[in-house]
Design a protein around this ligand. Structure first.
Ligand SMILES: C[S@@+](CC[C@H](N)C(=O)[O-])C[C@H]1O[C@@H](n2cnc3c(N)ncnc32)[C@H](O)[C@@H]1O
Length: 273
């Protein structure tokens, strides 16, 4: 079997399956990407074509393989302190927050966890010096593979370059011996975070209202109806004064009513609703 032997019909099959499972839309220019990401799985499963592999996924008889394929087709790029302005806005919100209850934040497409730990480091630091309430942070993603890394809080050492020195010293450990060249998020911080697999296109579990929701760099993979569905669900999970962050390259213009832009990639519920 050749790496590039993905017929148009095979492509339509996997495109539709990916959309149905995750809400992600892909166009034919992603054919080569599909081939390179799934080629090994076809071989590991001792199948002789992409078509046969996709039939297996569609049969419903191998949910684990379906999860693996969906994991491989999602794009998980992320890093600590990505789009840093949002973390300044987050700090401002935490500093103004009601001290009588925890300040609650949800990173709803958290990938391998760098976004979650960035949020946690910022809040832990403010709380430590008495400038913010206690806090709760939740991270979720559709992909079990990325959630494993997120839970472990264990990263290649070069990821440290995005973390300010002071936070690095207080909340991260350098690996030694067999862990040389790696970075581990401090256990006390890791233990404070709840991770869960949540598919944003499915009905959401019962959630406490969040003061802040991060939904960054995932909407770009969705078409308009999917964006609308996802945002409407998240709005129902926001506290009345809650704030929603989307990626700086993403806009909610014309997606839903009931949100007001308050800055780049930053929205709050429209209080006139
Ligand atoms: C590019 S990463 C963004 C990570 C992080 N939010 C950031 O901005 O750095 C996009 C993430 O969205 C997740 N994702 C895609 N479709 C999803 C869905 N339907 N439900 C939940 N997560 C999804 C992917 O698994 C991936 O980890």
């Amino acid at each position: 079997m050749e790496l590039n032997s993905l017929s148009d019909l095979d492509f339509v099959m996997i495109r539709d399956l990916l959309f149905q499972q995750t809400g992600i839309s892909i166009t034919p220019n992603k054919k080569a990407l599909v081939c390179s990401r799934l080629f090994k799985r076809v071989q590991i499963n001792h199948l002789d074509s992409f078509g046969a592999y996709f039939q297996r996924l569609l049969s419903g008889q191998d949910p684990l393989e379906l999860q693996t394929a969906m994991d491989l087709l999602t794009t998980n790029e992320t890093y600590f302190f990505r789009e840093p302005k949002h973390f300044e806005v987050l700090s401002g919100l935490a500093e103004k927050a009601d001290r009588s209850r925890p300040f609650r934040v949800w990173s709803a497409a958290c990938s391998t966890g760098e976004e979650v730990y960035t949020i946690a480091m910022k809040l832990a630091e403010l709380s430590r010096i008495g400038r913010a309430p206690t806090w709760q942070v939740r991270g979720s993603d559709i992909s079990t593979r990325v959630l494993e890394t997120a839970r472990s809080g264990h990263y290649p050492l070069d990821r440290k370059d995005d973390i300010p020195d002071e936070l690095l010293k207080r909340y991260c450990l350098y690996g030694i011996g067999e862990y040389e060249g790696t970075l581990l998020i401090d256990k006390a911080l890791r233990d404070k975070i709840e991770f869960a697999q949540i598919n944003l296109i499915e009905p959401l579990p019962q959630l406490v209202p969040f003061d802040v929701i991060f939904l960054r760099n995932v909407l770009i993979y969705f078409d308009l109806p999917v964006k609308r569905k996802v945002i409407t669900q998240l709005m129902a999970a926001m506290a009345p004064d809650g704030v929603l962050f989307v990626g700086l390259a993403e806009s909610l213009n014309g997606v839903v009513d009931g949100l007001v832009s308050t800055g780049p990639g930053t929205y709050r519920l429209d209080r006139r609703r």
